[in-house]
Design a protein around this ligand. Structure first.
Ligand SMILES: [Zn+2]
Length: 416
């Protein structure tokens, strides 16, 4: 059984037919359709000399035991957002399965090191608002109390939804045992953005996941009658916020991959006959470099104070959430670059704006890298999400080469 990328595409279509409808993929974590997808996946393991089990957080593990216990991990997620695409997450799992088949075949069921494929539980967090649930349990970064009481739209508690699938949230920390002997982690994913498409490239190396600074910013001015208050006497909180909304563009554009977004603006009293007395907005800033992120945060704060003063207002900031940038492993980045060059002739390095399970694995201290394949129209989390089949047919062998190089790297460490 040698590597067969066309089989990966056929299996992706099979999964789409089984777990999607006219609105897209419906493999929402902890639902019957998701369990059906997992059972379907399990049926694909028939005839492979592998061990299969679910860990304490519901992650789905397939192990091909090697001569050495040192382990290469390959991962993805079968869960989708509601009305999702046919590739997000499951391309990783099914390309990983194809690589596992090739390795099993090449080494007659006993490779020099152990190879494990993992389908992470609830990567999307679409139902309970908590992304990377299974991989954070694996990484030991998950805090049970923060998530136990979460509810979905229908009031179902996270703890109960997990229980229905045989997962006890109190046992989540046990999932960290799966880290044993892990020497590297690889993940293939669609880009979910427009960069590779714009460059006309099928594949790219992911340098890491961007750090995020997310803040609520409130400008305080003076509510006043829109008829009686002269223009020169106003303390217009919206005017100050509007200046900031434009200023975050030059703040971000000093750096090649940085992004800043003011995604929400609310005005109070929010009526047509009053100057805005209070304006509440949000700012989301991202970059792969912690220094750049800190600089953008500082500059946005300074700009907000400056604009508030110009408009006779005051401003206050409160942090909603933040996460540090997570750079991937330099050696694996080189392997990924070489693998893409060998298969596609041209490669590109880019950071990931979205977070991925790979970020959690890297946080656990396991050398990690991701490979991106081009997304058409830069669209994901939607039924129109797509990638050209010829690009998928390049992605599988490029990812396989990456797995091969990484295996030899791990084997070399073994001898040393
Ligand atoms: Zn994904």
């Amino acid at each position: 059984m040698s590597l067969n990328p066309k089989r990966t595409i056929a299996e992706l279509k099979e999964l789409r037919a089984l777990t999607g409808d006219e609105n897209g993929a419906q493999r929402l974590a902890w639902t019957d359709t998701w369990l059906e997808a997992r059972n379907w996946f399990k049926s694909k393991l028939d005839g492979l000399p592998v061990e299969h089990h679910y860990d304490a957080a519901g992650n789905n593990w397939v192990t091909l035991k090697g001569e050495s216990e040192k382990t290469l991990l390959i991962g993805g997620h079968l869960d989708s957002v509601p009305n999702g695409g046919w590739l997000d997450g499951c391309l990783n799992v099914l390309a990983g399965l194809e690589v596992l088949r090739r390795i099993s075949d090449e080494y007659k069921g006993k490779p020099p090191i152990t190879v494990r494929l993992v389908d992470w539980a609830d990567e999307e967090g679409a139902r309970f608002g908590r992304s990377l649930l299974g991989s954070s349990a694996f990484a030991g970064t998950h805090s049970i109390e923060a998530d136990r009481g979460r509810t979905d739209r229908d009031g179902v508690r996270l703890e109960d939804a997990l229980g229905r699938c045989g997962v006890d949230i109190n046992r989540f920390p046990e999932a960290a045992h799966e880290q044993a002997n892990a020497a590297a982690y690889l993940e293939l994913h669609i880009e979910q953005g427009p960069v590779l498409e714009k460059l006309g490239l099928p594949l790219g190396v992911v340098l890491g996941t961007k750090g995020v600074e997310r803040h609520a910013i409130t400008f305080h001015g003076q509510e006043a009658h829109s008829g009686s208050t002269p223009m020169t006497a106003r303390k217009d909180a919206l005017a100050a916020a509007a200046k900031l909304a434009l200023e975050i563009r030059p703040i971000a554009m000093k750096h090649p991959d940085a992004v800043c977004t003011m995604g929400s603006v609310k005005t109070f009293p929010g009526i047509v006959t009053a100057v805005v007395g209070r304006c509440e907005c949000t700012l989301d800033q991202r970059d792969l470099d912690a220094k750049v992120l800190a600089q953008m945060y500082r500059e946005a704060q300074e700009a907000s104070k400056h604009f508030a003063a110009e408009e006779g207002c005051t401003v206050e900031w409160s942090r909603i959430w933040n996460i540090e940038p997570i750079p991937f492993n330099p050696t694996l980045i080189e392997f990924c670059d070489q693998s893409i060059l060998e298969v596609a002739g041209v490669s590109h390095r880019l950071p990931s704006g979205p977070l991925h399970d790979a970020a959690e694995v890297a946080r656990a201290g396991i050398p990690t890298v991701m490979m991106f394949t081009q997304s058409l129209y830069g669209i994901s989390h939607n039924k129109i999400e797509d990638t050209r089949e010829e690009h998928l047919e390049l992605a599988v062998p490029a990812f396989d080469k990456l797995a091969d190089k990484t295996m030899h790297w791990i084997q070399g460490q073994n001898k040393a």
